[in-house]
Ligand binder design. Sequence first.
Ligand code: KG4
Ligand code: ZN
Length: 382
Amino acid sequence: MPATGEAARPQPMSPSAADLSTATVTVLGIETSCDETAASVVRLGPEGSVVLSSIIDSQIAKHAPFGGVVPEIAARAHVEAIDHVIRAAMDEAGLGYGDLDGVAATAGPGLVGGVMVGLSAGKAIALARGLPLMAVNHLEGHAVSARLEADVAYPFLLLLTSGGHCQLLDVAGIGQCKRLGTTIDDAAGEAFDKIAKTMGLPYPGGPALERLAEGGDPHRYPLPRALLGRQDCDFSFSGLKTAAARIAVTLTTEDERRDLAAAVQGAIARQLTARTERAMALHGQDRDPKDRRFVVAGGVAANGTVRAALLAACEKQGYSFAAPPLRYCTDNAAMIALAGAERLLLGLTDPLDVAARPRWPLDEAMAASNPIHKPSRKGAKA
Ligand code: KG4
Ligand code: ZN
């Protein structure tokens, strides 16, 4: 059954309406779906977007002793941080609530206890100040993150690769995403994190593994290639995770650890790139060459080896390459504010009773027809 408010969710009028708009809007964005409490003010107008402030209060130190995000700790920490993070974002922007045109908050997917904290704060400000509310899908935030202070037009092919998600999407405009492929088990960031943990590296594992891999030999340890018999754009990282864990327990020297880290990073980059090239081959043919744009977003887009491999693939396939600056790859509220501002310009606002959604696929039609994603606790997490 659809959650409250879902049925009323308005649909976009046209993919390019935001680009045609001459209005300028200033939007407060709030992000609390995982382990970062974040708030940001973004101004969007005909000249593009400007980030007036971006505050991120990370909970990494609170979760590090447990080797991963603990939902109850996260929700409590969001409650403690949310007020001062929003205050700091408004102060850094030098604005009062009267200067805002709308409030955007992540409404899912994510850890629902945290999502409810940020969404409730957004609703409270919207109600108190009589502002429109935009309930933003966290993945839509990542999808627009490369458009922050940069000239990246729609449509584009998007590789969204983070700790919770790994998908290839055809993005025609805000609210207009078609999923081309997804992971059948773990997300790439999750694979980085779990393999790093088996190698004794601190949380979050992705950046730690990238540092360890520096100067390592990626060919010393052969690792399995996933889904070799398939011709689709889906991902799988569980075989890689098991193989790496088996090797990790046999290692004795720092050199060996460095080489395994390099091999793991190389294998993840190779799979992300291979599926991206497949998506380009399958879906790029009938695309005007000027619309052959590729965007990579999400925490794993911060990885240098992954970025370099994807850039090389773009050069080979005749696609332009865009990635957000590193500070907007991992979770932040500027991307939520921008998605909210684009929605506001399209008239896509939400009622104040809109519900938090722990699971919320970007391409709802595809998710409903594809058994990889069931609206239950079963199926791929990402
Ligand atoms: O987008 P994000 O901040 O949160 C989610 O929405 O999941 O992504 C976090 C993920 C974590 O799995 C983290 O290990 C990974 O992104 N990550 C990296 C790097 N920086 C962050 N993975 C590989 N290399 C990095 N430099
Ligand atoms: Zn994220």
